[in-house]
Design a protein around this ligand. Structure first.
Ligand code: PLP
Length: 375
């Protein structure tokens, strides 16, 4: 079938002088349902509120949009620009735009109802929990964070440093989401989840509105004709959907959006193949810890099922190598943060997937580094 392909290393086309990413097996699925989303998941007014709030916080600063000329040469495209979220609020990831914003909304809702002090809670792979814990300290409420067994100790320590109570849960991120939800109902806590499900959408919607800030800044910083392609990494899909909705609003023609996931946790790719939101089984064991999700967010899927031109997956080795190569250029990114860049290079260097995604020597590509490296 035209839209289904597994790309192989031997098909690789460009061989630049500079040693860059090793060609590896990837999967690319061109979305047969691509088009304009029928549902407005992120209304413009919600974004204006999020932007007004978050940009007023102490420590807010616009993050850099970096030119990556050697990567563009490696990919055989005109330009690759990377919005670099590593320094956002000093918290090491773009997630500080979302979780803390959810917390301030929950605190203000409780104040408006004269409900007294609240406890906020969420499940996390690391970055979201850090943002929620930071927000809880900043806006004055108690915080309980659920981490699954694969979350690295340094990530747990970073959350605990903001005074959050850490609860460890056996299993995966999705198990932690379920436990968090049960504990929240039993204890009357307020959930600040970055993923949504039927009946639980307003908090994650606000979180995604906050994420739009990184796309908004990138659009302001972008010079010349719009990007032709955007490669963005997917966990539950919230970040990719926020970028998608925002770039659809900011650029004409709309750039082609490609969602990139780890091959061990590709729930959005599986959903695209199935033509419906689909959870995938397995231990989701990937070094791209922030992307280790088996179940897409409902809201994210409602945007991406039409808006994404393609979904793809990459192996762990490629993310690890991308981190190392960026570090040689003094750019500090974590494995989850570089999946989009990694996927872009692998897809562009393979003649079959290059053609499938319409990549040419004139392509102008936008990617997002969504986290700082662990080092
Ligand atoms: C660094 C990083 N990048 C990307 C993502 C993906 O975001 P989402 O789960 O909204 O798709 C995450 C999620 O935790 C993350 O930590």
């Amino acid at each position: 079938m035209r839209w289904r392909t597994v790309a192989r290393a031997r098909d690789a086309v460009h061989r630049p002088n500079m040693p860059m990413l090793t060609p590896r097996d990837i999967q690319v699925f061109v979305n047969p349902n691509h088009g304009t989303p029928g549902i407005v998941v992120l209304p413009a007014a919600g974004f204006r509120r999020a932007k007004a709030e978050i940009t007023a916080w102490d420590g807010f600063a616009v993050t850099p949009l970096r030119h990556l000329p050697s990567w563009a040469a490696d990919a055989g495209v005109a330009t690759i620009l990377m919005k670099d979220e590593a320094t956002r609020f000093g918290l090491g990831s773009f997630k500080s735009l979302g979780g803390a914003y959810a917390v301030v909304n929950l605190v203000r809702d409780a104040q408006a109802r004269s409900a007294g002090p609240i406890t906020v809670t969420c499940a996390t792979d690391g970055n979201h929990g850090r943002s929620v814990a930071w927000g809880a300290r900043r806006f004055g409420c108690r915080c309980v964070i659920f981490v699954h067994e694969q979350v690295a100790q340094w990530r747990i320590d970073a959350i605990a440093a903001f005074g959050a109570d850490i609860q460890r849960v056996p299993g995966t991120y999705d198990d932690a989401v379920r436990t968090c939800s049960e504990q929240a109902s039993a204890n009357g806590w307020s959930i600040a989840s970055d993923t949504s499900w039927p009946g639980y959408t307003e908090v994650p919607r606000a979180i995604m509105q906050g994420y739009r800030i990184m796309a908004d800044e990138a659009a302001d910083q972008w010079e010349g004709p719009p990007p032709t392609h955007v490669f963005v990494q997917g966990g539950v899909g919230g970040a990719a959907a926020a970028v998608s909705a925002h770039l659809r609003a900011r650029f004409t023609p709309v750039p082609k959006l490609i969602v990139v996931e780890p091959d061990r946790a590709a729930c959005l790719l599986a959903s695209a193949r199935a033509g419906a939101l689909t959870a995938i089984p397995g231990d989701l064991d990937t070094v791209m810890a922030g992307l280790a999700c088996g179940e897409p967010s409902l809201l994210a899927w409602q945007e991406l099922e039409r808006a994404a031109v393609a979904f793809m997956s990459i192996p762990d080795e490629s993310a690890v190598e991308t981190v190392r190569l960026l570090m040689n250029q003094n750019i500090f990114a974590g494995e989850s943060g570089v999946a989009g860049l990694s996927g872009c290079i692998l897809a562009a260097r393979n003649m079959h997937t290059r053609a499938l995604l319409g990549l040419t020597k004139d392509s102008r590509i936008l990617v997002f580094n969504t986290e700082h490296s662990a080092f």
